[in-house]
Write a protein that binds this ligand. Sequence first.
Ligand code: ADP
Length: 457
Amino acid sequence: MKLKFQLLKTLSILTLIALTSIQGYLVYNTYQLKKKSLLLDARSSIAKIYTTKKVDSLMWLYRNDFLQQLESYKTKEIDKRQVINNLKRKAKQINTHFYKVYEAELKNLNQPYNIKFKKEVAFISLKDPNNNVDIFINNSNLPIFLIGENFSDEEEILINNSSWTKNHDLFFKGELKPHFLRFNTRIYMSIINIKHIILKQMTGLMLLSCLLFLFVIGLLYYSIVNLMKQKRLTKIKTDFINNITHELKTPLTTIFIATKTLNSKFINNDKEIAKDAIHVINRQNIRLQKLIDQVVQNSLGYHDIYLKKDLFNGSVFIKNIVDDFTLSLNKNIEIITEINLMKDNIIADKFHLTTVIINILNNAIKYKGSKIKVSYKTDKKSHIIKIKDNGIGIPKSKQKYIYDKFYRVNEKDIHNFKGLGLGLYYCDQIIKAHNGTIALKSKESIGSTFIIKIPLS
Ligand code: ADP
């Protein structure tokens, strides 16, 4: 049973882990798909803007200027560094116009998000007719920003890596000769707040998946708690059956022996022995009856208990119970009372309340108490009866169960401490029927204190 339960618990946890992973994977996948579709959409918007005539003519402005710079380079009017600086300057000039066009076109496309765009040049080379190559920028240099917005963030995406190649006539050894130009550019884009946009779109999905997850956890938790409850109940019931069988065995065996004695032909003429046997049978019969009564009477829930309430003096009532109880005790047990004789009257069922107090007092002695203190007082709201013993005490972890029907703390000790686990259940039900409370303060090996409170009115 224990193994089965452990297996069920492990399986439930594994199922939860699997479910979480699958859900996590699905959410992650949805995020990636949404991101892909968003980027594709943004990319096609950029392509649309980039291929407009206005943008194209702007691009030719810096290209033509660059070709002129190359001519000046070839006639040695400027050096490589100046060529690059002039390219930067021209690009900067053009960018102001480009940006205006870009923003207007983007607005026309009516996208629900903002796209950042930038174009940079990463490689420029010029080959003369003798195949000598002049490199203006190579891949080991930092790329030069041309147009767009000079941003850099981890979300930037390369959307185009292209080359502009051209055969262009330039001066070579005093004559115009074709040179081969290679101009490699890259285009990057980034959607502003892309994570935020996607997560916003996925709010419903994530909320639903969280709710579903919580629901499954709740369901599993409820099933496990229920199963544990059932398991505990089954154990308690089995213990009770073992217990009552044990309790019934002694009187039954005694009755059997007494009946056998009565049947024996040797005692036919011995009236004394017969009388004794009949007494034994009677006594055991009463004991059996009491046991059955205890089970039937003590099993009633507080809704089913009929109370016959009287008005009486609380302190006199408690004192009388304790005095009567003390008479039945042996000398090794000490009972101290702390009862101030007060005028306060209590409204309660005398019979049931007496049984409650006697039950607790009996337990105090049964569970090894040798010094018992009973106190009674009232505060603004209630009558307070405290019964304290120095017995074996009740472990903290078991205290919440002691008012359960048939519950016994230490089942292994049933032969040392006889009982059916009904006494405190009965006490709790009676006190509840009086709208009162019963509480326990206890420490193992030190003792227990039961505190009963019954409302004043
Ligand atoms: P029982 O018939 O077993 O005494 P009760 O319902 O009266 O049943 O008590 C429930 C359990 O609470 C007992 O089995 C015992 O383990 C524990 N208990 C009750 N009173 C005391 C006490 N004064 N000291 C220690 N343990 C107690």
